[in-house]
Design a protein around this ligand. Structure first.
Ligand SMILES: [Zn+2]
Ligand SMILES: [Zn+2]
Length: 327
C-alpha cells in the first residue's frame, strides 16, 4: 500500500474524479511490512501509539505469527491459493455479492495453510513455552473442531472460540483470502449495497487509514480484517452505520510538537466515534506517519480502546489477532 509521494504539481494534475475505489493487497509485501511495524510498535518507537510492557510482549509474539504468514506464502504451492472459476466470480459480481465470500463453503486448502503456519512457528516454540503449549493444543484439534473454529472466526463470534487459538486460525484464513484477493482484477469488483463490508470478501474492516500518494492522496480507506483489501469511504462518516451527523474523534493526549504539524503524533491514531450507533473504529493517518498499518496499529493502540470504551462506545468489530472471552 506504500506508494511514491507526489510533488505538488503532480497532485494538481491528478484526476480527482477518479478516486481508486478499491486497493487490492500485495500479499507478498503486506505481511513483512506488518511484522516490521508490529516490532516497531512493540519497541515503543511509534510516536502517537505508546505501548507498555505487557502489550509489547504480545505484539512481539504476533510479529512472529505474521512472519509465519509471510513465509507460507512463499513455501506453499500456488494452487493452494487458486481462485474460484471465472464464471463463479462473475456471477457473484453480477449480483453485487463479494467474489471471495467469507460466508459459505471455503476452500479446504486453508487447512494446509494452517498446518504450514504451525510448522513455521515450531522454530520459536523452544524459547517460548507459552507458544509451545498453544501449538500443541492447536495440533490436537481435529478437522471438525478446526472448521468450527474457522466458522466462528469468520463470523466474528466470540462464543465457542478459544481466544488463545483464534489468532492462529484467523492468521491462516487471512493468508488464504489475502493471497486470493491479490490475484483478482480490481476493476471488475463492484461495491456492495453496504459500504461497511469488504467488497471482495464481505468481512468487516479492522480499522481505517487516510492514505497519501498517487490517486489515493488524502482519501480514507477501510482495511478488510480478512483479505486485507482496502476500499474507499469518505471521511467523517461512521464506518458502522454510515451516519454522518454525529461523528467525532478522540485521541490519547500527547505532548504536541507545535512547529511540526506534518508529524503531529496526536493525529496518527484516533477513534472515530458515532453517537447514532454508539460504536467506534480507529482511523490512522498516513499524513502524520508514513508507515501506518491499520491492523498492527489497531492492535497496539489498546489504550485508545480503553479511553473510548470508558466513554461508552463499543468496538464496531474485532481485531483478528486479538480475541477476548465472550464475557
Ligand atoms: Zn475482504
Ligand atoms: Zn454509526
Amino acid at each position: 500500500m506504500v506508494q511514491r509521494l507526489l510533488e505538488p504539481g503532480e497532485i494538481e494534475a491528478l484526476d480527482h474524479t477518479a478516486i481508486p475505489r478499491l486497493l487490492l493487497p500485495e500479499a507478498r509485501s503486506l505481511f513483512p511490512a506488518r511484522a516490521a511495524r508490529l516490532r516497531q510498535l512493540a519497541n515503543n518507537q511509534i510516536k502517537g501509539i505508546p505501548v507498555g510492557e505487557t502489550l509489547s510482549g504480545y505484539l512481539n509474539m504476533m510479529a512472529v505469527l505474521v512472519d509465519a504468514q509471510a513465509a507460507v506464502l512463499h513455501t506453499l504451492p500456488a494452487d493452494t491459493f487458486a481462485l474460484p472459476d471465472a464464471a463463479g466470480i462473475q456471477q457473484s459480481i453480477d449480483h453485487h455479492m463479494p467474489p471471495l465470500p467469507v460466508s459459505g463453503q471455503r476452500p479446504a486448502t486453508w487447512r494446509r495453510v494452517f498446518d504450514a503456519i504451525l510448522d513455521q512457528l515450531d522454530a520459536h516454540a523452544a524459547a517460548q513455552p507459552q507458544l509451545a503449549a498453544v501449538l500443541a493444543e492447536l495440533r490436537a484439534l481435529d478437522a471438525s473442531d478446526l472448521e468450527g473454529c474457522a466458522d466462528a472466526v469468520l463470523a466474528e463470534l466470540t462464543e465457542g472460540v478459544n481466544p488463545l487459538h483464534a489468532p492462529f486460525v484467523a492468521a491462516a484464513l487471512q493468508v488464504m483470502w489475502t493471497a486470493r484477493a491479490s490475484q483478482l482484477d480490481g476493476r471488475s469488483v463492484q461495491p456492495l449495497v453496504t459500504n461497511t463490508l469488504c467488497p471482495v470478501c464481505g468481512a468487516h474492516p479492522v480499522a481505517s487509514a487516510i492514505r497519501i500518494g498517487g490517486q489515493s492522496q488524502g482519501y480514507r480507506y477501510l482495511q478488510c480484517s480478512c483479505c486485507s483489501s482496502e476500499w474507499h469511504m469518505v471521511r467523517v462518516k461512521c464506518s458502522c452505520c454510515e451516519g454522518t451527523s454525529k461523528v467525532a474523534y478522540q485521541s490519547i493526549d500527547q505532548e504536541l510538537e507545535a512547529d511540526n504539524k506534518a508529524n503531529d503524533p496526536s493525529k496518527v491514531a484516533r477513534a472515530e466515534t458515532c453517537d447514532e450507533c454508539h460504536t467506534y473504529r480507529k482511523i490512522f493517518n498516513q499524513e502524520h506517519d508514513f508507515y501506518v498499518e491499520p491492523l498492527a496499529d489497531d492492535l497496539a493502540s489498546l489504550a485508545l480502546d480503553l479511553l473510548v470504551g470508558e466513554a461508552g462506545y463499543a468496538r464496531a468489530s474485532g481485531n483478528p489477532l486479538l480475541w477476548f472471552n465472550a464475557e
